[in-house]
Design a protein around this ligand. Structure first.
Ligand code: UCC
Ligand code: FAD
Length: 616
């Protein structure tokens, strides 16, 4: 019949239920502890201003930025090498959303907030880190050029250990600083950071095969090949090269490296002796244009003393490493927040379905009804939350210490702690982010694995945070570099931890127990390190093989002490702050380090395990 033929063309029946998507709330107002951390750290009048800015920015994230960041992932950058007529153009095409995100960064002052003259540096760095933390997981990786831009401003102005102090003294550096920290999107610049070459990214000195031939005074011509260069739509870059003397020789090793500042394009948009060889085909960070660059006579200005390139660019590294931790924590925070929202909000919709389902669905021999609150799932989320909070307080400690140093108000202990916790924070948060985000993906079940939810992007992007800006091992060795300096870092660390513990709320037994746990872990670490340095003299032990474990212990002891300090402040803390401190400090090991791991002999057994049945 006609009617029967008609139904052949009816819509497929796919069932009446579809899952309501998770909604992103204002990430500032929705964050469990950020507001309380700021209340504690900032003077009241400043807190009010910062909080108002973050509330407004949080609304902008949900209404505008989140969408732009997602589009930047979907419309990835591409490189056109030639025009239709075969002329080499190396045209980088980025989407409008990427451009718009860069404009927003300027307007919102994500860099300039860190440098505003009329604000106490202590306040401005905390404000900036809080803003970046909200921005980062929605930023479509524009957070990467922002990190390098901040690092460039720091390097060109007043560095922490080795200061170039070029602002107002060097023409290009002064223009760059003004534009890199500008709030005007029409004139704002961003910076790149080109250190890695084919032979090495960790071992920068061993890898650097870029040569600088003097044209006149501080102006040089650079030739080399930069193997990873991110955010290649930047305006300027800081890079390293070896100066070739008049006999055609250059100094090998670290002492042969000098620091250069260059413009990537001229005012007409022509590349400055640079060819973009290809864009990297990456696991993640696909929004971000990362290229291999051939420097073929790029004109650059030497900044800083010849041979002091690594010390100079370390100013940049120490800033970008804090940004990297911001990104790791941003990814971590986004997951619990998204997921808890999914449940809170979806109950009203799915509760009738869920109730009915729970009387019918049998799991492990029982109907689900008894477990309608899914306590195991809540436990999973609580564990993620405890981990995230510990490192979040460490991040804000780094912002506090950076601000103090820029305000010229650091005590000796503050200065040492800033140098120590910068690599510790970066390596620890980066290492936490990947498993934590992976757990977050699992929380969404199969949906977490689906590209169109946008969730897999977070896992891919999180995986870069332990790699770039120094891998976990390399940063652990940097921690040992800090310990090998002239100052007694171990003593300073002990002092800072004791200072934090001295505020512990006495009437709260869980905090008292937490304090004891931190004290005992600290003592254990001190004992092992002192013993190791004594026996190292006799050649029986080595410390580099346990550098990671030492760094992780520092991260956990420091974070635990910060959690106790936070939970002891009755003006802001609540019961869950106390519980989080207790779980962090007492329910999992703070230190995972054994004396036998220091033994020289162990290296042989490691090698035997690794190369067992090796065919190469
Ligand atoms: O990956 C990159 C960009 C990615 C995109 C940006 C993302 C930002 C986050 C975004 C969030 C979304 S750029 C490439 C990053 N590359 C690295 O991080 C390199 C990793 N390797 C290292 O860190 C190594 O430890 C090196 C390269 C620093 C080692 O070099 P040397 O030459 O062997 O080191 P030396 O000889 O020990 O140190 C030379 C000088 C010393 O000072 P003096 O000479 O005064 O004794 C050191 O104390 O540099 C000083 N120094 C430092 N100073 C070395 N490291 C530091 C430091 N971290 N802070 C202060
Ligand atoms: P390698 O140094 O070859 O390391 C390999 C392994 O050896 C690692 O596990 C490492 O931990 C370990 N290792 C190395 N040295 C030691 C040691 N002494 N002791 C123990 N273990 C060690 N670089 C830039 O300069 N600018 C950029 O803009 C930039 N963007 C990037 C973007 C992306 C997406 C990525 C992935 C990388 C980018 N990089 C950039 C490069 C990045 O900084 C390097 O890849 C990183 O520093 C590691 O260097 P490598 O790749 O040479 O690794």
């Amino acid at each position: 019949t006609i009617a029967a033929r008609h139904t052949q063309y009816s819509h497929a029946k796919t069932g009446g239920f579809s899952q309501e998507a998770p909604t992103l709330h204002n990430p500032y107002r929705d964050d469990p502890i950020l507001d309380r951390v700021l209340r504690r750290l900032l003077p009241e009048s400043q807190y009010v201003k910062v909080s108002a800015d973050l509330t407004k920015f949080g609304d902008r994230i949900t209404s505008e930025i989140e969408h732009l960041g997602r589009q930047a992932e979907l419309e990835q950058p591409r490189l056109e090498h030639q025009d239709a007529w075969g002329k080499r153009i190396d045209k980088l095409v980025v989407c409008n959303e990427w451009q718009k995100l860069k404009q927003i960064c300027a307007e919102e002052g994500v860099i300039s907030i860190g440098y505003e003259n009329d604000v106490d540096p202590f306040v401005r760095r905390i404000h900036q880190v809080a803003k970046l933390f909200l921005f980062s997981p929605s930023a479509g990786l524009v957070s990467c050029p922002m990190a390098m831009t901040d690092g460039a401003v720091k390097t060109l102005t007043v560095g922490i250990l080795y200061s170039l102090n070029l602002y107002g003294k060097h023409k290009l550096a002064t223009e760059a600083v003004d534009r890199l920290r500008s709030r005007d999107p029409t004139s704002a610049w961003t910076s790149g950071q080109w250190m890695t070459e084919k032979k090495g990214g960790s071992d920068v000195a061993g890898g650097c095969d870029t040569y600088a031939v003097q044209i006149e005074n501080d102006t040089y011509r650079l030739n080399g090949y930069k193997w990873f260069s991110s955010a290649i739509d930047a305006d300027v870059a800081l890079t390293l090269a070896r100066i070739v003397d008049s006999d055609g020789n250059a100094v090998e090793g670290s002492r042969g490296l000098s620091l250069f500042l260059l413009r990537i394009r001229d005012d007409n948009g022509n590349l400055n002796g640079i060819q973009m060889v290809r864009l990297k085909n990456k696991l993640g960070t696909k929004q971000l244009p990362t290229a291999e660059l051939l420097l073929d006579g790029a004109i650059a200005e030497r900044i800083g003393e010849p041979g002091r390139g690594v010390a100079g660019i370390s100013n940049m590294l120490n800033i970008t490493r804090i940004h990297n931790a911001v990104a790791s924590l941003g990814y971590m925070r986004r997951f619990p927040a998204l997921f808890s929202f999914l449940f809170k909000c979806s109950f009203s919709r799915i509760i009738s379905l869920a109730r009915d389902y729970s009387t019918k669905r049998v799991v492990f021999g029982q109907t689900q009804v008894k477990y309608s609150k899914w306590p195991l799932h809540t436990t999973t989320l609580a564990k993620m939350e405890v981990e995230t909070r510990g490192s979040m307080l460490l991040l804000f400690e780094s912002a506090r210490l950076l601000g103090l140093s820029e305000a010229g108000k650091s005590s000796d202990v503050d200065a040492m702690m800033l140098r120590l916790i910068t690599p510790v924070l970066k390596l620890y948060a980066g290492k936490q982010a990947v498993p934590l985000v992976s757990e977050g993906i699992e929380c969404f079940g199969g949906q977490g694995y689906m590209e169109d939810t946008g969730l897999p992007t977070i896992l891919r992007d999180a995986q870069v945070t332990p790699i770039w800006e120094g891998t976990t091992n390399v940063l652990s060795l940097d921690v040992l570099r800090v310990f090998s300096g002239k100052e007694n870092i171990l003593l300073a660390f002990g002092k800072r931890v004791s200072q934090l513990l001295s505020n512990t709320k006495s009437e709260e037994p869980r905090l008292q127990k937490s304090k004891e746990s931190i004290e005992s872990a600290l003592k254990e670490l001190q004992k092992l390190l002192v013993k190791a340095s004594d026996s190292a003299v006799q050649g029986e032990t080595r410390i580099d093989t346990v550098a990671r474990h030492i760094s992780f212990a520092i991260a956990r002891i420091y974070s635990g002490a910060l959690l106790i300090d936070h939970a002891s402040d009755s003006t802001v803390a609540n019961q869950s702050d106390i519980e989080v401190a207790y779980r962090y400090c007492c329910e999992q090991p703070l230190i995972d380090l054994r004396w036998e791991w220091f033994a020289n002999e162990r290296v042989k057994s490691d090698r035997a395990i690794v190369f067992d049945n090796y065919l190469g």
